[in-house]
Design a protein around this ligand. Structure first.
Ligand code: NAD
Length: 346
């Protein structure tokens, strides 16, 4: 029996999680059970913490985790960001974010079909880069500093994850960086990516500076197949790619480590539309399908990978029809009605 731990999160989290579980249940039947635990504002209210210790204890015992978006920007000071805590606590070093355009949805003149592999445990995220003490500090009231942490180990392991994905696709890997300015940190990142890529004879590596990459995503998305980059660049570029593909609500995403994988939508908790039943659940549905594929590989489970493939195909079929899209894509459907359309397509 496969057990998936579900953490619905804040804002639109509970709505899109409910829709996602309905789709997974339809695809998987009774072979999977879903254990639900509260995090974020719900657990803060009931248990005094946005990330209760019981949740952290339950994660290693689960076969996979589905994490809804969290409103950490507005948490009271001192409350943990569950998303960051899981990424660093369980060393979920590779954030894998595929993005592809679909006919009639993308605003791009040319097709896009790429995967962004983002380093997920260090970089410019000052709230999680230090062993002790904050990575941001103010020596006086009018000066503020943030530490960017890049290590050979984290660069190497995310490069390996990206190379493995690239080797299964076209073999084209692009390292996105800002080594012209961040000479030491991105210099180290590039050194490690080059060394790992050299171990893969089928891979051709090129290197693009991040500002040019942002422009090229719009002008010439076909130029990219697999992108490997540091944490914040990957965060920003993947939101850009996702929106270019039609909506922030479309891109799947997993946070993968050696033994734990967390499916998590690319977008945030969208408090502006929360509770209205209008959010697009595609990002979390596709993230969960990616989680099934990750689990299927580890266990050599053909049924799980077939379920993931069927979910992805069903989502594509439903998105093909403008009348079965959600509001962010100009369609008439709400979150639950969209999930029902995917279930019908399954
Ligand atoms: P956001 O991604 O939540 O929303 C940006 C815009 O996109 C909003 O207009 C929103 O309505 C829209 N949108 C996002 N997801 C959508 C969906 N599925 N369907 C339709 N429209 C959608 O970004 P934000 O407003 O800057 O952040 C809100 C909160 O989310 C903040 O507290 C932020 O810290 C947090 N956040 C969390 C995560 C995460 O949990 N992984 C990621 C990013 C931001």
């Amino acid at each position: 029996m496969t057990r998936i731990l579900v953490l619905p999160g804040d804002g639109i989290g509970p709505e899109i999680t409910r829709a996602t579980i309905a789709v997974l249940e339809a695809a998987l039947g009774s072979s999977v059970t879903f254990d639900r635990m509260e995090i974020g504002e719900a657990s803060l209210r009931d248990q005094g913490s946005t990330l209760p210790p019981a949740v952290l204890a339950a994660i290693p015992a689960a076969d996979g985790v589905i994490l809804g978006p969290v409103s950490h920007y507005t948490y009271p000071a001192g409350q943990p960001n569950p998303s960051a805590a899981l990424r660093t606590g369980f060393q979920l070093y590779a954030n894998v974010r595929p993005c592809r355009s679909r006919p009639g949805l993308s605003i791009l003149p040319k097709p896009m079909d790429l995967v962004i592999v983002r380093e997920n445990t260090e970089g410019f995220y000052a709230d999680r880069s230090m062993h002790a003490g904050p990575g941001e500090f103010m020596p006086d009231p009018d000066s503020a500093f943030a530490i960017r942490k890049i290590t050979a180990n984290a660069s190497r392991r995310v490069a390996r994850a990206a190379c493995e994905i690239a080797a299964e696709r076209s073999g084209r890997l692009t390292a996105v960086h800002k080594a012209n300015v961040l000479k030491l940190t991105d210099g180290l990142f590039l050194r490690e990516v080059r060394a790992v890529a050299a171990e893969f004879p089928s891979i051709t590596l090129d290197e693009v500076i991040v500002d040019a990459a942002a422009a090229l995503l719009v002008r010439d998305p076909e130029r990219f197949d697999v992108i490997v980059t540091t944490n914040m660049f990957g965060d920003i570029l993947s939101d850009e790619a996702s929106e270019l593909s039609g909506s922030l609500g479309l891109g799947g995403s997993i946070n993968a480590g050696a033994d734990v994988c967390v499916a998590q939508a690319q977008h945030g908790s969208a408090p502006d539309i929360a509770g209205r039943g209008v959010a697009n659940p595609v990002s979390l549905i596709l993230s969960s399908a990616m989680l099934l594929t990750w689990m299927a590989r580890r266990r050599d489970d053909a049924a799980l990978s077939e379920a993931a493939r069927r979910i992805e195909q069903a989502v594509d079929r439903v998105l093909d029809d403008p009348q079965s899209r959600t509001g962010d894509l100009g369609g008439p459907l709400g979150t639950d009605a969209f999930a029902q359309a995917v279930i019908a397509a399954l």
